[in-house]
Write a protein that binds this ligand. Structure first.
Ligand code: DDH
Length: 279
């Protein structure tokens, strides 16, 4: 049956530790993918947030507009219904939390439970009543493109080259699914552990074009069991990106530190937190 925390009476409003425990309780499932919903929850938090545009403040995690069409139907969001549905019993056990806070907190808890860094997170997002604030499709990155596209997309959110590489390290988690993105396979052999392995695999393998009828992707020449997207390999072909890839491959602590800062910032883009009071 479901974990006890999901069946007991609704928790006290503001008890985020209780929400964290419920999220941790739904992560593991031996029948799903590599045994954990953690990676797809991280992807939900990222796609809910990564629509932000700094220039006009549109998009971002506030509003949880992915509950509505057309955002839930965007090609980029294929498969994320799995993550949203998984969190429904958590929402039912803690009805006072907004979906927008829940989805971002779930990404944070997933990363922490999978061995990653502590991610600064605060509540304050509210849910939009409908989809009227949904931004145009096309703001999330396209895996078929390269360095310029990454700088355009992440620059629009307010991120620099170092942030782009640090955030891309999330691909140490999870896998591509042919029935979601069309791509196939994991980036690492430990897709449910948060580590710097993505950067090590990226640097230390010879990447060759995978011969198949799917979209262009790369596989490691030796075992042919790991994958990279064209956008992942852009981190190797661009000198500045590669500098950070090399640093993070050597220094997991530096990666964890930079990732925690960048991921926390991502989840807060466009969220109207009360202004800090002057001292
Ligand atoms: Fe990603 N990502 N991502 N990604 N991503 C996919 C899976 C996962 C791109 C494309 C894809 C980030 C950046 C990029 C995660 C986290 C993050 C898949 C496969 C594609 C395609 C989806 C599927 O078939 O299920 C591209 C392109 C970029 C980029 O250009 C930078 C970032 C910044 C994050 C983050 O979290 C900070 C995670 C986790 C997954 C694995 C999901 C799963 O179900 O497993």
């Amino acid at each position: 049956g479901p974990p006890a925390l999901l069946t007991s009476k609704p928790s006290t409003p503001g008890d985020y530790d209780a929400v964290r425990k419920s999220i941790a309780g739904v992560l593991d499932n031996g029948d799903y993918d590599d045994g954990s919903y953690g990676p797809v929850l991280v992807r939900l938090a990222w796609h809910a947030s990564g629509t932000y545009a700094k220039k006009d403040g549109s998009g971002g995690s506030n509003g949880a507009t992915m509950r509505f069409a057309p955002e839930c139907e965007w090609g980029a969001n294929a498969g994320l219904a799995v993550a949203r549905k998984l969190l429904e019993p958590v929402k039912a056990a803690h009805p006072w939390i907004s979906y927008a806070d829940l989805w971002t907190l779930a990404g944070v808890v997933a990363i922490e439970e999978m061995g990653g860094p502590t991610i600064p997170w605060r509540a304050g997002r509210s849910d939009a009543p409908d989809g009227s604030k949904i931004v145009p499709d096309g703001r999330l990155p396209d895996a078929k493109q390269g360095a310029k596209h990454l700088r355009d997309v992440f620059g629009r959110m307010g991120f620099d080259d170092k942030d782009i590489v640090a955030l891309s390290g999330a691909h140490t988690l999870g896998r591509c699914h042919t029935d979601r993105s069309g791509f196939s396979g994991p980036w690492t052999n430990a897709p449910t552990t948060f580590s710097n392995l993505y950067f090590q695999e990226l640097l230390n393998n010879k990447w060759v074009v995978k011969k198949w009828d799917g979209p262009l992707q790369y596989e490691d020449a030796k075992s042919q069991s790991l994958m990279m997207l064209p956008s992942d390999l852009a981190l190797l072909s661009d000198r500045t990106f590669k500098k950070y890839v090399t640093q993070y491959a050597k220094d997991e602590e530096a990666f964890f530190k930079d990732f925690a800062v960048a991921f926390s910032k991502l989840l807060e883009l466009g969220v109207p937190f009360p202004a800090a009071k002057a001292a």
